[in-house]
Ligand binder design. Sequence first.
Ligand SMILES: Nc1ncnc2c1ncn2[C@@H]1O[C@H](COP(=O)(O)OP(=O)(O)OP(=O)(O)O)[C@@H](O)[C@H]1O
Length: 679
Amino acid sequence: MAKELSDSVAVLAGVGPKKVQALNKLGINTIEDLLTAYPFRYDDYAARKITEIGDQEKVALKGTVATEPVLSHFGRQKNRLNFKLLVEHDVIMVTFFNQGYLRSKIELGKELTIYGKWNHKRQSLAGMKILADENSNELGGVYRSSKEIKQSQVKKIIEQAYSEYEDVIVDIIPDCLIKKYRLLSRKEIMHGIHFPEDQKSAKLARRSGIFEEFFLFQARMQYIKENENINNGLKIDYELEKLKQFIANLPFELTNSQKKVVNEICHDMHLQRHMNRLLQGDVGSGKTIVAAIIMYAAITAGFQAALMVPTEILAQQHAIKLAQLFEPIGVNVALLTSSTVTRVKQKRELLSNLKKGTINLVVGTHALLQPDIEFANLGLVVTDEQHRFGVGQRQILREKGKSPDVLMMTATPIPRTLALTTYGEMDVSTINELPKGRKIIKTQWLKNKQLASAYEFIERKLNNSSQAYIVSPLIEESEAMDLKNAEEIFDKTTERFGSRYHVGLLHGKMSSDKKENVMTAFKDHKIDVLVATTVIEVGVDVANATVMMILDADRFGLAQLHQLRGRVGRGDKQSYCLLISDPKNEYGIARMQIMTETNNGFVIAQKDLELRGQGDILGNKQSGMPEFKLGDPINDLRILQIAKEEAQQIIGDERFKQKKENEELIKYLNRTLLGTSFD
Ligand SMILES: Nc1ncnc2c1ncn2[C@@H]1O[C@H](COP(=O)(O)OP(=O)(O)OP(=O)(O)O)[C@@H](O)[C@H]1O
């Protein structure tokens, strides 16, 4: 069979089911995914001079082995390999931990290049690897890896895929653009980024790669838009009186801002054209109720509505709330997450009811995207925190109805120019006020040594029958560490409060039943203090919780800190946020200061961008922007804009389909946007 980049990674020799699974977990399914799984940084393997390297720097040193290697064992499985290396005129000590098998490679008098971490005081190198001769002038790409698949394995598989498939790597971007912007070919980009000769060639390949990535992203957005225009949207003829009644029966009056956005969205849904709208509003500004109102509008017009959220906890919470709101008026609400659909009988019933249309509103996670889920008449899709779902995924959900209207909600506002560039011509509605009576959350930054007084503060609030959250530090690299940390903090907190208060624990690895039980207990005030990992980040809503303590707060980006803080201050009691941290750099300090100075999510988003512009990349994943592999929408904004203009021109061209030079682009769009076709 002819080789294609859409082949599964499983076709590669030596990549068995286990490796396939591990790669899939990293988001790599096809050869194309593999070839675009670019290194996130490079290790510089060019040999350096001792005089020019700093303490703890990772470097390659070239020298002659000056003593026989000594291998010593300690503990059960641990060992250490030591030897001296003459590097120009200096003799340094090299130590490899648990790599005893290297001993045979280290011969007295032999010249070796060793990559490792330099300790200036001890004049020693903690060895990481011995570089092969052909490596010694190269940049070594560092790839995303996991517990299941090692860095070196990922790298090897990429090398293998490249050598087997290099002949079928063709340019997707039309030739005219490649010429106009003097871009490298797709094959050169892949080669140059994975296997660069030096920094300069890596940079050059990246530049073209960024353009390609942005262009393809914009082409997809543009294509979806064109397609929507062709298909036309739904006209949602809602019953105004019912809607008014529903709003009048809410336990509170809508804020002016909420009223304004409800009007905007209803107007848009009522039009024949397809709705593609972003609803942004600060944490706690009451977006959920707006979503409920407009979903009800769609339901009164005889359609089904779906609400898609990023976590199970959130799905459960919304389902409970929406059921309370809707069941009294005869609207059926269902919950669909991967744990509800594992129970066979329940699943069958649920699917059949969705298909029959007896369920009016379904709340769910990614599980809503499964192919066996069909709707009778899906008219509106609302997604919460849109950046967590890819464009492709939203497209799938949309195809489950006849081009239902779409509303995306986000609490991480991004400045308008950037929103337009990254999300295409989406319409934007903004809630710019908080419900009446909300008090500003008082935020304080404390050092780790002040932790005891923070606990005292929490206890005083608990004495007043309030509740508190304690968020354990984020450890991005390791889920296992994340969990261990949360458990330790849970133990300490339990000990600290003794039998006086109940402490609960919530983390991502718990089964969803357990999570639900803990959340319900916290809501019902059977738990006073909830120790949690960032699973509580979005949308959790318990008005009686008034203290949020975040440990090692400098590990979080601004957007995420603001989200976490937004879990308190949701009722009319005074709320507090305690940031515990000893930041390690100026950006960490800046983040703490910004958090104590403002409660306004729009200001925070702007500051986040400014810091990122200066090189603070911690917040990268958390900033509400679509994730790119190579490009950065802020630092490479100019390229993004150009890519967008070009994509608009090319896709918008009446003769787009007929032009030979667009052939590969059309193929690409069809294979990445599943199921959608031009005809
Ligand atoms: N107009 C209002 N007056 C009083 N309370 C309101 C109003 N609108 C919403 N609320 C309440 O405020 C709380 C926060 O609202 P909601 O959960 O909808 O906020 P959100 O914008 O979705 O926030 P987040 O982004 O944090 O999830 C909820 O308990 C909700 O019932």
